[in-house]
Design a protein around this ligand. Structure first.
Ligand SMILES: Cc1cc2nc3c(=O)[nH]c(=O)nc-3n(C[C@H](O)[C@H](O)[C@H](O)COP(=O)(O)OP(=O)(O)OC[C@H]3O[C@@H](n4cnc5c(N)ncnc54)[C@H](O)[C@@H]3O)c2cc1C
Length: 388
C-alpha cells in the first residue's frame, strides 16, 4: 500500500493530524491497533484549554457540564477556579473526530505498526497482524506516551521523560457522587506520589485518579492509599461512601511535566502524547499543525527534516513558553511542604484565580504565587530549565 502520509494512532492527536493532512490534499492512511475497543485516557476538558487550542466543543460528546475546578490542600482548604468544564463520553468523542477524518478522505486501517524504516526519501512500515507493508512519504507517530515508532526510528521525542506521571484512573459508582459540579485536584500528602483527581461524570458515576512521578509505572499502591484518603474526605457528605463501587480501571502515562524533544526527522514526525504535548485539546492542536505541515511538505516534494521542522517552529511559537511555565509551576507545587500548600490554598481560598485562559496558565499563576512565598524554589527550577 502507498500513501503520502501514514498516521500511527487514531486518538486525539492522530485524528487531527490525519484530518489536517487530508484537508491539505495529501493521501492519508490512519492506522490503529485497536479501532474496535480503544482504551483512551482523558475524559475532562475545560473551555479555556479548548479555546487556546482552537477546539470547538461539540454537544454530541458532552456527558456533563462542570462549573470549574477546585484545588484542595491536605488540610482541606479549597481554591475554586470557575471555568466551564465538560466530562466527555470518550467513545462518542472518538467517533465524532473519526467521522470528520473519514469525511475528509482519510482511509482507516487496523494493524500495529512495527517499524518505520527509512528507504530513500520514503518510509516503509509493517502492520503486524497481516504481512501488509505500507510505503509512505511521511510517517506521523501519534501512538501515545511510549512513542515506540519514534524510538525505533532513533528519535528521543521528549525532554525529561523521567518526569512522565504514571497514572491509574478508576471509574466509580456511588449515589450522588457524579452530581458534584467541580473537578477536584489534590496536591501534597493527600495525593500520594504527586497529584490526585476527581471528575464527576453525572448521576452516580465519577472518576478518581492518581498521577505518580518517580516511582515507576505500577502505581496501584498509591491509588489504594489515595482511595482511603478520598473516602475519609467525603465521609461527611456521603455517609455510606465505604460502599462505593469500582467499575473499571484505566492506566497510562501523562506527559504534563515533559517538553517536546526531537519531533521531526527525514520523512518522520511525532505528535501528541508521543511528543510530550500533553492534554487532549493541546494534543489536537499539535496534531493539526503537524498534519498541515506534512501535507505542504508532500505537495512541495520535500520531506526532509529541514522542511518538516516548520512544524516544530509553529508549535514553539504557539506553546513553548506556556509549557515551560507549566512545567516550572508544577515542579514548584511538587516541592512544597504540606504546610506551604495549606498556607497557599488558605490565602487564595474564596478568591477567583483566573476565569479564562488555559489550565497551564492557571498552574503557572499558582506557581508564581508560591514562588513569591519561596523564591528559592523557582530560582532552582529556572536554573534547571536553563541548563536542560
Ligand atoms: C489516566 C489519565 C487521565 C488523563 N486525563 C486527562 C484529561 O482528563 N484531560 C486531558 O486533557 N488530558 C488528560 N490526560 C492526558 C491525555 O490523555 C494525553 O495527553 C492524550 O490523550 C494523548 O493523546 P494522543 O492522541 O497523543 O495518544 P493516545 O490517546 O495515547 O492514543 C494513542 C493511540 O495510538 C494507538 N497505537 C499505539 N501504538 C500503536 C502502534 N504501534 N500501531 C498502531 N496503533 C498504535 C493506540 O491504540 C491509541 O489509539 C490524561 C492522561 C492519563 C494517563
Amino acid at each position: 500500500m502507498k500513501c503520502d502520509v501514514l498516521v500511527i494512532g487514531a486518538s486525539a492527536a492522530g485524528l487531527c493530524a490525519a484530518t489536517a493532512a487530508a484537508n491539505g490534499d495529501a493521501g492519508v492512511i490512519l492506522l490503529d491497533k485497536d479501532f474496535d475497543h480503544p482504551k483512551h485516557t482523558a475524559n475532562t476538558l475545560f473551555d479555556g484549554m479548548a479555546a487556546r487550542a482552537g477546539l470547538q466543543i461539540d454537544d454530541c460528546y458532552v456527558q456533563r457540564e462542570l462549573d470549574g475546578m477546585r484545588i484542595i490542600s491536605p488540610a482541606g482548604h479549597g481554591v475554586t477556579i470557575p471555568a466551564r468544564g465538560y466530562f466527555i463520553d470518550r467513545q462518542r468523542f472518538d467517533r465524532h473526530y473519526l467521522d470528520i477524518a473519514e469525511k475528509s478522505g482519510v482511509m482507516l486501517l487496523s494493524g500495529e505498526a512495527q517499524n518505520a524504516k527509512l528507504d530513500g526519501s520514503r518510509r516503509t512500515v509493517m502492520t503486524g497482524s497481516s504481512t501488509e507493508e505500507i510505503d509512505a512519504r511521511i510517517v506521523v507517530d501519534a501512538s501515545g506516551i511510549k512513542a515506540v515508532p519514534a524510538r525505533q526510528a532513533g528519535l528521543q521525542p521528549m525532554r525529561h521523560p523521567e518526569d512522565i506521571a504514571w497514572a491509574m484512573e478508576v471509574e466509580v459508582e456511588h449515589p450522588g457522587l457524579g452530581d458534584e459540579m467541580f473537578f477536584q485536584y489534590w496536591i501534597g500528602s493527600m495525593a500520594p506520589g504527586w497529584k490526585a483527581t476527581f471528575s464527576p461524570a453525572g448521576g452516580e458515576r465519577a472518576t478518581l485518579g492518581v498521577f505518580v512521578r518517580g516511582h515507576g509505572q505500577n502505581v496501584q499502591s498509591f491509588f489504594r492509599s489515595f482511595l482511603q484518603k478520598f473516602k475519609a474526605y467525603k465521609a461527611q457528605e456521603y455517609k455510606d461512601i465505604e460502599e462505593m463501587k469500582i467499575l473499571s480501571v484505566t492506566r497510562g502515562g501523562d506527559p504534563i511535566c515533559v517538553l517536546p524533544g526531537q519531533i521531526v526527522a527525514d520523512s518522520f514526525m511525532v505528535t501528541g502524547g508521543a511528543a510530550g504535548q500533553s492534554g487532549l485539546a493541546y494534543g489536537m492542536r499539535a496534531g493539526t499543525i503537524c498534519g498541515s505541515v506534512a501535507a505542504e511538505a508532500t505537495a512541495e516534494g520535500d520531506v526532509s527534516s529541514r522542511s518538516l521542522s516548520d512544524y516544530g517552529r509553529q508549535w514553539n511559537s504557539e506553546f513553548f513558553w506556556e509549557y515551560c511555565m507549566g512545567r516550572a509551576a508544577l515542579e514548584t507545587l511538587q516541592n512544597l511542604k504540606d504546610e506551604e500548600v495549606d498556607r497557599l490554598c488558605r490565602s487564595l481560598s474564596g478568591k477567583t484565580l483566573i476565569s479564562d485562559g488555559s489550565f497551564l496558565k492557571k498552574a503557572a499563576y499558582s506557581g508564581a504565587k508560591v514562588a513569591l512565598a519561596r523564591p528559592s524554589t523557582i530560582f532552582d527550577l529556572v536554573m534547571n530549565l536553563a541548563r536542560s
